[in-house]
Design a protein around this ligand. Structure first.
Ligand code: FMN
Length: 204
């Protein structure tokens, strides 16, 4: 089967399969502070690491249909900082609740039953109970094409300047992903959890 993006319905797909084929995707749980210091938290599954020396992460933000940017992007750009917490299986429902569209300046943590923890290098809070937190210094935003005139697509990059790892996830000096259990986003409303792994040595 071959089709051009946007024509999936002509090929029998009920929904655009793009996100289902780019899966699993890690979820960056992005916390920021607004201009008054109010915390903001939202999950982003257009999220990944892009290089390691120094470590840099990105999240992709599709703007709102009224043309405004989402709060995570606005706050990261204005404050120059964000924290990325990693969602464990135990916090999957809390994560989902924080995707609610609250007005700018409203904190998603309390209604989702979450508490913030102070960070070490930046001001935005970490999510208490998350196994890993990446404290990030905002680097730049890059605008992507967008099919819709009233919306914008952006990628926001940040350099990781501090890393917290829950010690229960570390075994013999290595992160044990089976203890860490990061939740991944699949297509549609589906998610996955890492429950088994295999290793392969590189040829050279
Ligand atoms: C698992 C999950 C992943 C999401 N990933 C993205 C994403 O990559 N980009 C995006 O723009 N919105 C994504 N969303 C939707 C945002 O979380 C949602 O629009 C949120 O209200 C944005 O909040 P903010 O304005 O506080 O940043 C995702 C939602 C969920 C539940």
């Amino acid at each position: 089967m071959f089709f051009k993006p946007g024509t999936h319905k002509d090929h029998g797909f009920r929904h655009d399969p793009f996100k289902a084929v780019i899966s699993p995707r890690p979820i960056g749980w992005i916390s920021t502070l607004d201009e008054h210091g109010t915390p903001n938290l939202a999950p982003y599954s257009f999220f990944n690491a892009v290089c390691a020396d120094p470590p840099v992460v990105m999240f992709g933000s599709g703007g709102r249909t009224d043309g405004t940017k989402k709060d995570s992007q606005l706050n990261a750009e204005a404050s120059g900082e964000f924290v990325c917490s990693i969602v464990s299986h135990a916090q999957r429902d809390h994560m989902n609740k924080t995707s609610v569209h609250l007005p700018h300046g409203e904190n998603e943590m309390p209604p989702a039953g979450l508490e913030g923890l102070a960070s070490k290098m930046v001001k935005p809070l970490r999510v208490k109970g998350a196994p890993v937190h990446l404290e990030c210094k905002y680097l730049q935003s890059v605008q992507m094409p967008c099919w819709h005139e009233s919306r914008e697509n952006w990628v926001i990059f940040g350099e990781v300047i501090g890393i917290h790892i829950d010690e229960s996830c570390v075994v013999d000096g290595m992160v044990d992903v089976l203890k860490y259990t990061p939740v991944a986003r699949l297509g549609y409303m589906d998610y996955s959890e890492v429950t088994e792994l295999f290793a392969m040595d590189r040829p050279d």
